[in-house]
Design a protein around this ligand. Structure first.
Ligand code: F6R
Length: 309
């Protein structure tokens, strides 16, 4: 599938029916995953806080993991070393395990598996991996999914503004800096990773209000100040934070390009922001003459790690 078609499939992916039962007695949730799969847990955890949710992006399961833990492993390929090891660790610690994957070793390892369609780049399958969590934990129902579908479709039909942002970054060879706000802090990180994987451009992300306690100084005093392209998410729901954005600009002399999330529900806004970043990074890849689908070095690294020693 062409990479652009992968992007365009996001709106259908969020309608994927992968609902699962939350086991009775679940007191905490851990979501493990790396890269394009790992981002799904981070995004989810900002919309759900009825019980504690922890994120794992490494080989081990936390020490608190036990019988009352629902350990959800997300790996599109199902073969990511860190994720597999952490599931084995979680099983040894007594957790109930659930996998969201298109196959691989993980599909056979977990107590239960939600099988999602194959054939995409993992980072393009965000909707397939997020939908089961969103519906099972009740953070998005038909109304929110329909709203998100409409907004994603609008972006698919017209992404000239996103091409414009990519052109600005490209023409100055800028380093993108993306500042998120709750509940889209992980989306800012998603953009950073999409700049890396799609456009092959190193980027940086952080979030308000935390960045006011550190980055504020470097926004004022950093060298090569003109070489960054600063962006900040807004959604009209955070007056305190939005006030900060203005004060930050005044005090540091930088301009933050606002990325105004469209939509009314947090889920729809989140999906719109994800897709906005997908298109900016896709267009930047094209402008740079880079193949947005190519992650050959990541694949080679996994191969070399997989060799027996
Ligand atoms: C590739 C991508 C990577 C992978 C990561 C983990 O499109 O985005 O970041 O997601 O290497 O692999 P999976 O997702 O198969 O567990």
């Amino acid at each position: 599938m062409e990479f652009l078609d992968e992007l365009r499939s996001l709106k259908d992916q969020i309608r994927f029916n992968g609902r699962f039962e939350i086991p009775e007695g679940t007191k905490n949730v851990v979501i493990a995953g790396m890269g394009g799969s790992g981002i799904v847990g981070r995004i989810f955890s900002e919309l759900y806080s009825e019980i504690p949710v922890s994120i794992v992006d490494d080989y081990r399961a936390p020490d608190f993991v036990g019988k009352e833990t629902l350990y959800i492993a997300i790996s599109y390929s199902g073969n990511t070393e860190e994720t597999i090891d952490s599931v084995n660790d979680a099983k040894a610690k007594g957790a109930i395990t659930l996998a969201i994957t298109s196959g691989g070793k993980l599909a056979k390892l977990a107590d239960k598996t939600v099988v999602i369609p194959k054939g995409l780049n993992p980072r393009s399958a965000l909707g397939y991996m997020l939908a089961p969590l969103a519906t099972s934990f009740g953070i998005a129902g038909d109304k929110e999914i329909d709203e998100a579908y409409k907004l994603l479709n609008e972006l698919d039909e017209n992404n000239e503004a996103e091409k414009g942002i990519a052109r600005e970054i490209y023409s100055n060879e800028s380093i993108p800096v993306i500042y998120g706000i709750a509940p889209y802090k992980a989306v800012a990180y998603r953009w950073k990773t999409q700049f890396s994987e799609n456009a092959k451009v190193l980027a940086y992300s952080s979030s308000f209000p935390e960045l006011n306690h550190n980055d504020t100084m470097s926004l004022d005093g950093t060298y090569r100040k003109g070489e960054f392209y600063f962006m900040a998410f807004t959604d009209g729901e955070n007056p305190k934070v939005e006030r900060r954005i203005g004060i930050t600009e005044n005090l540091t002399g930088i301009g933050l390009r606002r990325i105004n999330a469209k939509g009314t529900s947090a889920f729809a806004r989140m999906m719109w922001l994800v897709h906005e970043g997908d298109y900016i990074t896709f267009h930047l890849a094209v402008l740079r003459g880079k193949n947005p689908a190519n992650v050959a070095i990541i694949e080679q690294l996994k191969k070399e790690l997989g060799k027996q020693i």
